[in-house]
Design a protein around this ligand. Structure first.
Ligand code: KG4
Ligand code: ZN
Length: 369
């Protein structure tokens, strides 16, 4: 069964073809980061317009790349929410039109549930493409990113249910007990900023650019993570909640106390502060995950979402979670992508609403009812 997936919840337009909930045949992701860069964050209006311009040609290209015709599709899957409402609307209405014209089933998917499904995907990565979108509000253009292909993924032993999922992105930081593709138990989430948001804000404080996660990660590689003694917020709270806004304020205080000029002329200082900040985030994320695994007697952890690309987070699991099996999807399946939507949809095909023409995008779609 081949499902075409569509993802437009934020600033990535993505279309994918996945067979039987597992094999990624094609996955194209067009990142709008360059469009939003100069505003220091995602501008919802710009995102919706770019999705509108990009989506239809991308569907054509993905079908052509996969050598699949519309008639050969078994179903269409789309992110229903949560996300930016205008951005979601573009995906949902396009998917409805496509399902109507092809007389195929439409399967709505929850964005976070889909992130938690990314570790189950398999593929050789050959038809996985990153596209960089640039331009302005009236006209967007795109180029293929240099490193568009990724290596074979999903070759190790599959993750087993139930597992603990740590979802870390620009909008979410949550610990979730995943019983099966339909059943999620929210253990805790951030009470203020998301982890990715904290990375973005710290990068802004240090004038490192946007989005902050990848740049802070890069600077931190040359830094001393013990130089600044930063707080580990809510580490001993006894709950599975997180808080990152105080950590960002602590970084702001250091920048203020030492003075901006000190940072402008001292690359090592910037690297050390990035490394110390990153370590504080990583330690809290991993120690709380360890506590959740222990509390629920679960053996495996999946870390998903954009922040799961972080290089220190990926290596620190050996320091903070020795002996625990931790699964990270490849980077292109950590950030927003349609393969995770089409993959999870295969499990939802029997429970998807029959009256799908009435389907509506929902900015606040809950994961756990
Ligand atoms: O999952 P995602 O693509 O979009 C959301 O649904 O939010 O995540 C984007 C977030 C951004 O905040 C970005 O700074 C962060 O993921 N991110 C990283 C890294 N790569 C992306 N954070 C830390 N280290 C990275 N290498
Ligand atoms: Zn996401």
């Amino acid at each position: 069964m081949i499902i075409l997936g569509i993802e437009t919840s934020c600033d990535e337009t993505s279309v994918a073809l996945v067979r039987d909930g597992r094999d990624v045949l094609v996955n194209h992701v067009a990142s709008q980061v360059k469009l939003h860069e100069r505003f220091g964050g995602v501008v919802p209006e710009l995102a919706s317009r770019a999705h509108l311009q990009l989506l239809a040609p991308m569907i054509d290209e993905v079908l052509a790349t996969g050598g699949i015709t519309l008639r050969e599709l078994d179903a269409i899957a789309v992110t229903q929410g949560p996300g930016l409402i205008g951005a979601l609307l573009v995906g949902v209405e396009t998917a409805k039109s496509l399902a109507f014209c092809t007389a195929r089933q439409l399967i709505p998917v929850h964005h976070i549930a889909a992130h938690l499904y990314a570790p189950f995907l398999r593929g050789d990565g050959q038809k996985t493409k990153n596209i960089v979108v640039y331009g302005n509000a009236d006209r967007v253009e795109s180029t293929e990113a240099k490193q568009s292909l990724c290596d074979e993924f999903g070759s190790e032993a599959p993750l087993r249910y139930p597992f603990v999922g740590l979802v870390v992105s620009g909008g979410h930081t949550s610990l979730i007990l995943v019983h099966n593709p339909h059943h999620f138990e929210l253990l805790g989430e951030t009470v203020d900023d998301a982890a990715g948001e904290a990375f973005d804000k710290v990068a802004k404080l240090l004038d490192l650019g946007y989005p902050g996660g990848p740049v802070v990660d890069k600077w931190a590689r040359r830094g001393d993570r013990r130089r600044f003694d930063l707080p580990r917020p809510m580490l001993h709270s006894g709950s599975f909640e997180f808080s990152f806004s105080g950590l960002k304020t602590a970084v702001a205080k250091i920048v203020h106390d030492l003075g901006r000029d000190a940072f402008a002329g001292d690359e090592q200082l910037v690297a050390d502060l990035c490394a110390s900040f990153q370590e504080a985030v990583v330690e809290v994320l991993l120690r709380k995950s360890a506590a959740a695994l222990e509390a629920f007697g679960v053996k495996e952890l999946a870390i998903v979402g954009g922040v799961a690309c972080n290089s220190r987070l990926r290596t620190a699991v050996h320091d903070y979670l020795p002996g625990v099996r931790v699964v990270f999807p490849p980077p292109i399946l950590c950030t927003d992508n349609a393969a995770m939507i089409a993959g999870l949809a295969w499990h939802l095909r029997d429970t998807a609403p029959a009256r799908w023409l009435e389907l509506e995008a929902r900015a606040d779609l809950p994961l756990v009812l």
